[in-house]
Ligand binder design. Structure first.
Ligand SMILES: Cc1cc2nc3c(=O)[nH]c(=O)nc-3n(C[C@H](O)[C@H](O)[C@H](O)COP(=O)(O)O)c2cc1C
Length: 323
């Protein structure tokens, strides 16, 4: 797939996920074959005002390329202005969030709220594209605001007209949040309505669901969110299935625990032990999902205080699962 003049190899990208897909997780996923990654969403207002947290969120390392930075907001001028600072971290592209359903974002006119105002959405893409020059701009949308207002095709067309180089479609409305099965028909419809690449997103959890998304929508590429939580190796599984039909099994428990410990050590290295251990708790819960006796382990992992304790629990899990 080509996003503007950026050549992307592979099949699937890691979705932007606030509070989850940070530098550590993105690097890990790239290591397992994610074709590209996108930063956590970053407030255009925050960046424009020089907010330290926003600045920290937009940093990209050499080990997580190609990578885009995602911004959210509702004011074309503020969005465009923020991009001037974002470009300093040399992202391969800028992604505009038009899908976040959270009241804090959509309630302030940003994220999925832009699906209700296609003209404003177009103005934003236009303003951001002007600042970006040759750096591609991509847009991530939902199917619409609610069932009565399914307009992904229109928003995608307007984004394309304003200079977007690719569109990611999460096939759910804002009202649906993350719950009902993804509507692939709307992704297929967007694919028919634009000539830039369309990236299909929603409910891809393995090679088979990845192939189904490609076949049923004719989309150009895939984006994986929750399917990668506690399972960064999903990219390896998808790549193996789509390239030659191989179904790679889930790694054995011992390997999963090893990857979990490595992931959490990376978070601690990048954010410090205090924040790292706190954030480790949710990741650990995902890594232990489906393991025999997981509920009891999760209770222990939920009270994690140190990496030494994490390694102790991981070792115990390996022993108790006899691998
Ligand atoms: C914890 C979490 C955080 C998310 N944060 C973002 C975000 O910052 N920007 C964005 O565009 N979408 C965000 N999303 C939505 C995902 O990128 C993706 O569109 C959605 O989860 C559907 O894909 P999936 O079924 O593969 O998870 C988030 C989703 C989750 C679960």
């Amino acid at each position: 797939m080509k996003i503007g003049n950026l050549e992307i190899e592979g099949y699937a990208a890691l979705a932007p996920m606030a509070g989850v897909a940070d530098r550590a997780f993105r690097e890990l996923c790239v290591g397992y074959g994610a074709a590209y990654v996108v930063s956590e969403m970053i407030s255009s207002k925050g960046v424009s005002m020089g907010d330290k947290k926003s600045k920290a969120l937009m940093q990209l390392s050499a080990a997580e390329r190609p990578a885009g930075v995602q911004i959210f907001g509702s004011d074309p001028e503020v969005m465009a202005n923020s991009v001037k600072s974002v470009l300093a971290v040399q992202p391969q592209f800028i992604d505009i969030n038009m899908g976040c359903p959270a009241p804090k974002i959509a309630g302030n006119g940003g994220g999925a709220s832009l699906m209700r105002d296609p003209i404003l959405a177009e103005k934003i893409v236009n303003a951001v594209k002007k600042v970006c020059g040759d750096i591609p701009v991509t847009v991530k949308i939902r199917s619409g605001w609610d069932d009565m207002h399914i307009n992904a095709g229109e928003v995608a067309k307007r984004a394309e007209n304003a200079g977007a180089s690719a569109i990611t479609v999460h096939g759910r409305t804002r009202q649906q949040m993350y719950a009902p099965p993804v509507n692939r028909d709307i992704i297929a419809e967007v694919k028919k309505s634009v000539s830039i690449p369309v990236i299909g997103n929603g409910d891809i959890t393995d090679g088979i669901s990845a192939a189904e998304m490609l076949e049923s929508t004719n989309c150009d590429f895939l984006m994986i969110g929750r399917g990668a939580l506690g399972r960064p190796w999903i990219f390896q599984q998808i790549n193996a299935y789509l390239s030659d039909g191989r179904i790679l099994p889930e790694p054995p428990v011992s390997e999963r625990m090893h990857i979990m410990c490595r992931h959490i050590q990376m978070i601690c290295a990048y954010k410090g032990d205090r924040i790292g251990i706190h954030e480790a708790r949710k990741h650990a819960a995902w890594y232990t999902k489906g393991i025999h006796g997981a509920a009891a382990y999760r209770r222990q992992l939920g009270q994690l205080e140190s990496t030494a304790q994490l390694e102790e629990i991981a070792y115990k899990i390996c022993l108790e699962n006899q691998i």
